[in-house]
Design a protein around this ligand. Structure first.
Ligand SMILES: *[C@@H]1O[C@H](CO)[C@@H](O)[C@H](O)[C@H]1NC(C)=O
Ligand SMILES: *[C@@H]1O[C@H](CO)[C@@H](O)[C@H](O)[C@H]1NC(C)=O
Ligand SMILES: *[C@@H]1O[C@H](CO)[C@@H](O)[C@H](O)[C@H]1NC(C)=O
Ligand SMILES: [Zn+2]
Length: 233
């Protein structure tokens, strides 16, 4: 009887591990439809337009001596509304969330097709998801999560916006992402706080070979590591 039980357990283990081997090695489809376009690669005229609106988002945060702010612009390049981080009221009131909520209240719109949201910092996974759920055409940001987190020690969930965007097939909506617009200005809102007792400080866990010139599309702020077979065992 004991032997039979052992045999059953062994058999289950063997089949279990065969099952594991069949599992896909990655959680999402390749990132291609969701890459971040860099501001420096845009035609000058287009970049100037984005810089104009990023400046408005920056002015909102400078006015409150803050960091994260956003403005939403319609298809006619008219600013609909804006918002800044209101974390003192609720920690989920990131700049983008405040702006989207604000615009919905002002316009009565639940979704923002053909709109662009400009935000001083790359949308975190929560905000990037919110931007996709509300069907924005485009998000334009200044500072990169990778730089805020790895170089300046700001607390961030270290997942780049394009990684969330890559899973857009699940809601049938991707957004165009443009990063690094007025980055040198927005970066000033995120000074290096490593080793201080700033309330937002973290000891970042980044790949040791990560640096600012690494490709922005990588997942863990280093070279994209292929998931080895042994990891899924
Ligand atoms: C943009 O402008 C056009 C032409 O003036 C107008 O018909 C349209 O309603 C405007 N769209 C928005 C989103 O304001
Ligand atoms: C909402 O947007 C309007 C128009 O830009 C602005 O005046 C107002 O301060 C914003 N409200 C919040 C809560 O940010
Ligand atoms: C950053 O990484 C890139 C790509 O690996 C490398 O070419 C460059 O020399 C590195 N820069 C610094 C400052 O370490
Ligand atoms: Zn956010």
């Amino acid at each position: 009887m004991k032997f039979l039980l052992l045999a059953v357990v062994l058999l289950a283990c063997v089949f279990g591990s065969i099952e594991a081997k069949k599992c896909p090695s990655d959680w999402a489809f390749p990132v291609a439809p969701s890459d971040i376009k860099l501001a420096k690669d845009l035609p000058v005229a287009e970049r100037k337009v984005h810089e104009k609106f990023m400046k408005q988002a920056l002015d909102l945060v400078i006015a409150v001596n803050g960091k994260f702010g956003a403005v939403i612009v319609d298809a006619n390049n008219t600013v609909v509304c804006g918002g800044v981080n209101m974390g003192a009221i609720s920690r989920i009131y990131h700049g983008e969330i405040v702006a989207i909520k604000n615009c919905s209240e002002i316009t009565g719109k639940a979704t923002f097709q053909d709109h662009t949201i400009y935000t001083t910092g790359e949308p975190c996974p929560m905000c990037q998801s919110a931007i996709m759920w509300t069907k924005f055409k485009r998000v334009v940001f200044g500072s990169f999560i990778s730089n805020m987190y790895c170089e300046r020690c700001f607390n961030q969930i270290p997942i780049a916006s394009n990684i969330i965007n890559a899973a857009g097939y699940g809601i049938n909506h991707y957004v165009d992402i443009i990063g690094g617009v007025l980055e040198s200005e927005t970066d000033k809102r995120f000074p290096v706080i490593c080793g201080t007792n700033d309330p937002f400080v973290m000891v970042p866990m980044c790949q040791s070979n990560w640096n600012r010139s690494c490709p922005k599309r990588t997942r863990f702020f280093g070279e994209l590591q292929p998931v080895s077979d042994s990891e899924s065992d």
